[in-house]
Design a protein around this ligand. Structure first.
Ligand SMILES: *[C@@H]1O[C@H](CO)[C@@H](O)[C@H](O)[C@H]1NC(C)=O
Ligand SMILES: *[C@@H]1O[C@H](CO)[C@@H](O)[C@H](O)[C@H]1NC(C)=O
Ligand SMILES: *[C@@H]1O[C@H](CO)[C@@H](O)[C@H](O)[C@H]1NC(C)=O
Length: 369
């Protein structure tokens, strides 16, 4: 099953992304187009148009292709979503719509999400729900292309989606799932812990990836400075599609470098964070998976807690000996003491802090229901 394959491959997905980002960065430094792309992204960010269905007017920053119209399929509701049900616990009037919603899980690496994906599979197979479709790189490209080409087989075969590239998926299917609604949930983890865990996971993988520093021979700080905030990267991953005979799509990692520049704009980041309760139906925390599962169970009326409470969400084969715990806590302190690391994790930290507030609201509401 494709879904279980992701257990071993997903760690590489974002790394593959990073390779392109870094090559892109080099190209950008040579061409020096920062100013234009930045302005364009800001204009796009405030737009609320469904780009995929709209075409591509006014996007001079997009690469033009030889025999086709370039089309930016990413939906630009980064501070404002058009097709996600809002937070289940905070917007009670929307609750009836959760009965027949597409469920989309945004997976952030090393936040308990691999186990959460296993959980989604178990919930699906115990019920009459279909197997979840995996929105990793190829999956997201595939489903986007299919939709543009008028092929709705994937959408007709399941209402469960999950993966690293699932942000924006609800907006992508806006207008083509009839009366059904779409909702996205996410599990977040304290950003420094997440980064440390990611680093040691990379070491555990024991592979050289061309273009990025080898985690086995680089310090965690060097490594973090290159990889940046993966959560932020996921939010900004863009897909470009062109039509020749058929629509063909590919990931546009270039956007990530633009997004990094935006991540340094406090006003922008704060606006995005303020919209968190509109983007996500439920915000779970890795630090409290038990309550997170109860929240999902309540929101979706599916046995997330009953089925998955016994799974190990801090899994990973990296053994939790005292030594390694100590190592991780030293690594975390190193990251926290580094000004440039603090800067690059800043948007993720703001998001996490807001997630914790939302989590408390959800918890109170859950107890009262
Ligand atoms: C697939 O979905 C589309 C759009 O929702 C719908 O029009 C079509 O009838 C469905 N086809 C099948 C075979 O279910
Ligand atoms: C890591 O991979 C190398 C080969 O690339 C191998 O020689 C080495 O034993 C591996 N280390 C571990 C800890 O698995
Ligand atoms: C920061 O973002 C806000 C909101 O998108 C924008 O209005 C402002 O011009 C940006 N500031 C800079 C310095 O780019």
């Amino acid at each position: 099953m494709a879904v279980f394959n992701s257990l071993t491959t997903h760690g590489l997905l974002w790394i593959t992304g990073q390779v392109s980002i870094i090559s892109f960065l080099l190209v950008m430094l040579l061409v020096n187009q920062y100013t234009t792309t930045k302005i364009n992204l800001q204009q796009r960010a405030s737009s609320s148009v469904h780009r995929m269905l709209q075409g591509r007017d006014g996007h001079p920053h997009l690469t033009s292709y030889q025999d086709g119209i370039p089309l930016d399929c990413h939906v630009l509701h980064r501070s404002n979503s058009c097709n996600n049900l809002p937070n289940y616990f905070m917007y009670s009037s929307k609750r009836p719509q959760f009965k027949s919603t597409v469920i989309n899980f945004m997976h952030v690496p090393k936040s308990g999400g691999t186990t959460m994906k296993e959980c989604m599979n178990m919930v699906a197979s115990n019920l009459v729900r279909d197997e979840p479709f995996l929105l990793h790189t190829e999956g997201r490209i595939q489903v986007t292309q299919d939709i543009l080409n008028g092929d709705f087989r994937i959408l007709n075969s399941t209402s469960l989606f999950m993966g690293d590239y699932s942000f924006g998926f609800c907006d992508l299917i806006h207008g083509i799932i009839g009366d059904k609604k779409c909702s996205t949930f996410v599990i977040l983890r304290e950003p420094y812990d997440r980064m440390v865990s990611n680093y040691y996971y990379c070491i555990e993988l024991n592979q050289t990836i061309p273009g990025i520093p080898d985690c086995r021979t680089h310090t965690i700080t060097e490594w973090a400075l290159r990889t940046k905030s993966i959560l932020w990267n996921e939010i900004f991953t863009d897909i470009d599609c062109t039509k020749n005979m058929n629509w063909e799509c590919k990931m546009n990692y270039r956007t990530l470098e633009e997004s990094y520049l935006l991540s340094q704009n406090t006003t922008y980041v704060e606006a995005l964070v303020a919209g968190l309760d509109k983007h996500f139906s439920v915000v779970g925390l890795t630090e409290d998976m038990e309550t997170s599962l109860k929240m999902l169970q309540q929101a979706y009326g599916l046995p997330f807690f009953d089925t998955c409470q016994t799974l190990d969400y801090n899994a990973g084969t990296y053994k939790k000996t005292m030594n390694k715990k100590l190592l991780k806590s030293i690594a975390k302190n190193q990251l926290m003491a580094h000004p440039a690391v603090r800067e690059l994790l800043y948007p993720e930290i703001l998001m996490y802090n807001r997630a914790k507030e939302i989590f408390e609201i959800q918890k109170k509401e859950l107890e009262s229901l």
